[in-house]
Design a binder for this molecule. Structure first.
Ligand code: GLN
Length: 484
């Protein structure tokens, strides 16, 4: 059962080949058997999952099942889940039981999906390797000495190892696409505002966006359909109809215009990754697409801009974690100041502290204009590059990540080297554009991801473009050895 896609599981449930309870038990069994090797889950919610599965089976008997009713999934531990620990992989929220569901979680529940548990991640979603988690690093199922990527590394590893058919992720600078690439699965970061951020613990509010992670583009289409939509509780959520993403998967690619930004194929890109990406582009040519070179001249500004904007916003968002209202509180504080200092000093890990310090500095009086304002201006230039590009092309393609998965420990002492893992993904967040990563080959035993960037609210096209490739290739069907 674990080798089936969401679409196949949906059909199997509808045909009565198995029940949701059977399916849920199967995946819980796999988590129990394999997750000791991967550490992809922080919390497994076996009992509530079985209760949800039972309810899903009853709903089906009543004839009220939707396409996702009874299908298990895992939620990244950044989404608030009513009554279930929501830790954001931090000591700060180690024992935080959320009092409500995030909208994404509520929508999955409303669709009748079954939550298997909460997945591991980088602490407060800050990282590209899942090594900053308070609950320990996640391993890449393709090669357990390698990182799974981050920050949604637990979700990516769990999907790749078939411990869950799908998972949610969030992407502030690449955290859906980069781990999807490094674990050989598919993932889409929607347009900013497409999916509600309500109940999703904020990292950088103007960049954060949630999205689905699954093995195929079709599965991402199914899950995105369930979680997208307007939410009056998120003021940045956009009131716009949600298309039937799955119904849009049947279009051929004749005449599709693909732009390859020359800046995405320069120095820093591993030649073996470049080769796999070029082979994928050739496949698109065979499918009838027209490929042209384009330029996104401000690409080099993306990482420096991001590392002003994201820390600035996180320093503000994380100020609510003060030891007073919820989360970690130090023992025996002497006075209020000591309470703040030690609760935050003991509760946050080193990467989170680094970001808070950079952000606080950038926002301080006298520096605001020099850093934050400047970064916002650079952000506009980056958006303008894309706007011009989309006047002539339909989709932009390139590598998701400059390298395949690196080894654990390899970049932990060099934050800048770690930050460069997102050099191709960050610009889409700064511009608010949708981006996707799909499996496109291997270097040795480690997967390569192809990135697709689309115009605003063009998710349906991106998913179809990814799906057409998956109809003629089988990279997305490969399973890591030992997890088949
Ligand atoms: N790796 C990037 C960072 O560390 C992006 C993280 C994310 O998208 N949440 O900030």
């Amino acid at each position: 059962m674990h080798d089936k896609t969401l679409a196949e599981l949906s059909a199997g449930l509808a045909a009565g080949e198995f029940s949701s309870v059977e399916l849920t038990r199967h995946f819980l069994g796999r988590i129990e058997r394999f997750d000791g090797q991967l550490n992809s889950f922080i919390t497994v919610t076996a009992e509530p999952a079985l209760a949800q599965a039972l309810a899903a089976d009853e709903r089906r008997r009543r004839g009220e099942a939707g396409p996702l009713t009874g299908i298990p999934l895992a939620q990244k531990d950044i989404f608030c889940t009513d009554g279930v620990r929501t830790s954001c992989a931090s000591k700060m929220l180690d024992n935080f039981i959320a009092p409500y569901d995030a909208t994404v979680v509520a929508q999955c529940n409303a669709a009748g999906m079954v939550m298997l548990g909460k997945t591991n991640m980088d602490e407060f979603a800050m990282g590209s390797s899942n090594e900053t988690s308070y609950f320990g690093p996640v391993k890449n199922p393709w090669d357990t000495v390698a990182v799974p990527g981050g920050s949604s590394g637990g979700s990516a590893a769990a999907v790749a190892a078939r411990l869950t058919p799908a998972a949610t992720g969030t992407d502030t600078g690449g955290s859906i696409r980069q781990p999807a690439a490094l674990c050989g699965i598919s993932g889409i970061k929607p347009t900013y505002g497409r999916v509600s951020r309500y109940g999703m613990i904020a990292f950088a509010s103007s960049l954060d966006q949630a999205g689905p992670m699954a093995r195929t583009a079709e599965d991402c289409a199914l899950l995105l359909g369930a979680i997208a939509g307007f939410d009056p509780r998120d003021s940045t959520s956009v009131e716009r109809e949600v298309p039937d993403y799955r119904a849009a998967l049947g279009n051929d690619l004749k005449g599709l215009k693909i732009g390859l930004p020359k800046e995405y194929f320069g120095a820093g890109l591993d030649p073996a990754v470049a080769q796999a990406v070029e082979a994928a582009i050739n496949e698109y040519r065979k499918l009838g697409a027209e490929v042209v070179e384009i330029s996104l001249p401000n690409t080099g500004l993306a990482v420096p801009t991001y590392y002003v904007v994201a820390p600035a916003e996180c320093s503000s968002n994380l100020s609510r974690m003060d030891g007073v209202r919820f989360g970690y509180r130090c023992d025996n504080p002497k006075d209020l100041e000591d309470l703040y200092k030690r609760s935050r000093g003991e509760g946050f890990g080193p990467e989170v502290k680094r970001r808070i310090m950079i952000g606080t500095y950038a926002l301080s009086a006298g520096y605001y204009d020099a850093y934050y304002l400047k970064a916002q201006q650079m952000r506009q230039l980056i958006s303008d590059d894309f706007r011009r590009a989309f006047e002539t092309v339909d989709v932009i393609m390139g590598p998701t990540s400059p390298t395949v998965a690196f080894n654990a420990g390899e970049k932990t002492d060099d934050p800048v080297a770690m930050y460069l893992a997102d050099v191709y993904t960050i610009a889409a967040n700064l511009a608010g554009l949708p981006g996707m990563s799909i499996p496109a080959g291997f270097v040795g035993n480690r997967p390569v991801g192809l990135q697709l960037i689309g115009n605003y609210f063009d998710e349906a096209r991106l998913l179809n473009v990814a799906h057409q490739y998956q109809l003629t290739t089988d990279w997305h069907q490969r399973a890591p050895q030992g997890f088949e």
